[in-house]
Design a protein around this ligand. Structure first.
Ligand SMILES: [Zn+2]
Length: 117
């Protein structure tokens, strides 16, 4: 796993911490990239919408069934991989994480958040 300079996951919800490890494993398994996934964002300011789970669940009073309001989302790079590799990573991550995690394929990055249903 690589983490961009200035990006920290000291304050990360345990469910999201688990998802980071799963994504890293799937990227290495599918693509053979020895360095694994590159994380570009956790809960830094000025990058995400006001209600984003990047800021946890206390932001603007958003509530879920859990009280832990630490950062629940992260972004990572997938541009360096071809479509077959992207498809394989997407399939593996969705299969392993299930419905309590949302994977969103943005134009410039992929976003993953822990959002228990
Ligand atoms: Zn994001």
């Amino acid at each position: 796993m690589r983490i961009k300079e200035g990006v920290s996951f000291v304050e990360l919800h345990p469910g999201t911490r688990y998802a980071v490890l799963v994504v890293d494993e799937e990227v290495r398994r599918v693509t053979g990239a020895g360095e694994g996934v590159t994380i570009t964002s956790f809960g830094e300011s000025f990058k995400h919408s006001d209600t984003s789970l990047h800021y946890g669940t206390s932001f603007l009073g958003r509530k879920t069934r859990e009280a832990d309001d630490r950062c629940r989302a992260f972004d990572f790079e997938m541009d360096m991989f071809d479509q077959d590799e992207k498809d394989g990573v997407e399939k593996g991550v969705r299969r392993r994480l299930g419905v309590d995690f949302d994977l969103v394929l943005e134009a410039t990055h992929w976003h993953l958040e822990y959002d228990p249903k």
